[in-house]
Design a binder for this molecule. Structure first.
Ligand code: CAA
Ligand code: FAD
Length: 380
């Protein structure tokens, strides 16, 4: 494994770092408080090429590798995980899914808008009765010849009200189980498509999470992705890469919290010396640094597996499982290092701690990652 970054990767990393410091940091606390979607910031990220990072330039993408994408996710997440989840969903679920499995018409029609920030996308798999148990889809897409009729409810959808295009997973043929599921592109504004109220969340409060309700929504057959019955595989294959993005988000949250704790520990004095000189604090920093480095190795390795066309189901799941635990552990310790200041918003670490939790839940909970990992090692 050679993690020596190329000149280009270093430049992209620096661009994301500058953007996060100059454009995301100034209002991140207000956005979190007000649960305000970062509309202007998303537009700017589109201009910087962060929304279609791995997409072929012929569809408006940046044509970069997964490692570059991970570097950007890491830098954005150090400052604002609400922004980075928007980037993650748009890049690794929506754009990647469409580019890899969509047909040329779909790519030209949708991908070209999704890569530039003109539009953003949402990925709609979860339902009230089908979260971890994703094959238990209750949303139906009934085949009516040249179109489907979509009925049901999706919940927890990131970019729920801000997206323009929704990749919706639904059951067409119940008898066929997961082989009777399809993935459909649904446009905002379709008749019968209703967006539920925004969730009031613990973390990533700038990202808008909604339920979506479909009442007899007519979806043309040309909006189906792949062959009839490919929808569940589509979701699983897409999520395998998505998990690398969320692992990078977790890594960034951990690294952001650690950087703040390190700086604070060298400034704050107690008992006549900087708190970093107390071994209890210095050892916390040592543990944080070590676990972040280990998480980084797993995340970069998973990204490189994807770039090298190796199987990344296992490495992506391990990266997400481990990095999300590190994000949680490190952010809790960063609050501790800050003492009372860690408990108030101005010092940022309490937000990072709240944001860290979601990385253990979405795109497959930690328990689900262990299912994926254990099945893989037992099978092989
Ligand atoms: N690639 C390709 N195919 C896959 C696959 C993968 N990575 N994983 C599973 N499959 C296939 C299986 O091979 C099987 O097909 P066959 O019968 O043809 O072999 C089919 O899918 C069903 O698989 P399982 O029998 O393993 O299904 P299961 O019911 O045991 O569930 C699971 C497997 C891994 C637990 C799956 O349900 C799962 O991933 N659950 C978590 C759901 C999830 O991650 N949701 C995230 C929603 S999006 C999101 O959260 C976005 C966000 O927050 C920002
Ligand atoms: P459940 O499946 O009910 O799980 C409850 C608990 O039981 C968990 O601890 C779980 O790990 C455990 N559990 C369940 N089954 C097993 C098992 N077999 N073995 C061991 N433990 C098990 N979904 C989308 O489709 N698109 C999105 O954009 C999206 N964005 C999200 C944004 C946010 C802020 C949140 C909170 C969720 C989002 N989700 C999204 C949904 C997310 O993927 C699900 O919440 C997640 O997959 C877990 O499903 P669940 O909430 O139904 O929990």
């Amino acid at each position: 494994m050679d993690f020596k970054l190329t000149e280009e990767q270093l430049m992209i990393q620096q661009a994301a770092r500058d953007f996060a410091q100059n454009e995301l940091l100034p209002e991140v606390i207000e956005r979190d408080d007000a649960q305000r979607f970062p509309k202007e910031e998303v537009k700017k990220m589109g201009e910087l090429g962060f929304l279609g990072m791995m997409v072929d330039p012929k569809y408006g993408g940046s044509g970069l590798d997964t490692l570059s994408y991970v570097l950007v996710m890491e830098e954005l997440s150090k400052v604002d995980a609400s922004c980075s989840v928007i980037v993650s969903v748009n890049n690794s679920l929506v754009c990647w899914g469409l580019e890899t499995f969509g047909n040329e018409e779909q790519k030209l029609k949708y991908l070209t808008r999704l890569t530039t920030g003109e539009s953003i996308g949402a990925f709609c798999l979860s339902e009230p009765e089908a979260g971890s148990d994703a094959t238990s889809q209750k949303t139906t897409a009934i085949d009516k010849g040249d179109h489907y009729i979509l009925n049901g409810t999706k919940n927890w959808i990131t970019n729920g009200s801000s997206a323009d295009y929704y990749l919706v997973i639904a059951q067409t043929d119940v008898e066929k189980g997961h082989k009777g599921i399809n993935a459909l592109i649904v446009e905002k504004g379709a008749e019968g498509f209703e967006i539920g109220p925004k969730e009031n969340k613990l973390g990533i409060r700038g990202s808008d999470t909604h339920s979506l309700i479909f009442n007899d929504v007519k979806v043309p057959k040309e909006n189906r992705i792949g062959e009839d019955g490919f929808g569940f595989k589509f979701a699983m294959k897409t999520l395998s890469g998505g998990r690398i993005g969320i692992a990078a988000q977790a890594l960034g949250i951990a690294a952001g919290a650690y950087e703040l704790a390190l700086k604070y520990s060298k400034q704050r004095k107690a008992f006549g010396t900087e708190i970093a000189n107390h071994q209890a604090i210095a050892f916390k920093l040592a543990d944080m640094h070590t676990s972040i480095e280990a998480a980084r190795m797993l995340v970069y390795k998973a990204a490189m597996d994807k770039d090298n066309h190796e199987n990344y189901d296992l490495s992506g799941a391990m990266a997400k499982l481990y990095a999300s635990k590190v994000a949680m552990d490190v952010s809790v310790e960063a609050v501790q290092v800050h003492g009372g200041n860690g408990f108030v918003k101005d010092y940022h670490v309490e937000r990072l701690m709240r944001d860290a939790k979601i990385t253990q839940i979405y795109e497959g909970t930690s328990e689900i990652q262990k299912i994926v990992i254990s099945r893989s090692i037992l099978r092989d």
